[in-house]
Design a protein around this ligand. Structure first.
Ligand SMILES: [Zn+2]
Length: 115
């Protein structure tokens, strides 16, 4: 299978995800490869309404970051499989994943039958 085009798309998506994660989070200095939401400023808010907004935005950052991170891990796994030459193999049946399916999602780990 030609993996070049899929590799290129995975790397593009990886870069895009990194940029998106950097807008809602930062790399966790304690856990390499992990991301944490940008901490909100505390103690500077003028009133409770503002504080509530900060909490809300922090909570949605956590949710957004969680989604981005999950997708990011999936992309990294797919890139690893390309390196190990196991890319495009269904993890359920071991058959080749249809190119159309990989075209729709280059990080797919199962064939159409086993998705
Ligand atoms: Zn399968």
């Amino acid at each position: 299978m030609k993996t070049e085009q899929f590799k290129k798309r995975l790397e593009e998506e990886k870069a895009k995800l990194e940029a998106e994660m950097a807008s809602v989070g930062r790399k966790n200095p304690r856990v390499p490869g992990d991301w944490e939401p940008i901490p909100s400023e505390t103690g500077t808010e003028a009133d409770l309404a503002d504080q509530a907004d900060v909490v809300m935005s922090r909570e949605s950052n956590i949710a957004i970051l969680g989604d981005l991170e999950a997708r990011y891990d999936t992309i990294l796994e797919a890139l690893k499989r390309i390196e190990k030459k196991t890319y495009g193999i269904c993890r359920v049946c071991g058959e080749k994943i249809e190119e159309a399916r990989l075209g729709a999602d280059p990080a797919a780990t199962t064939c159409i039958k086993h998705r």
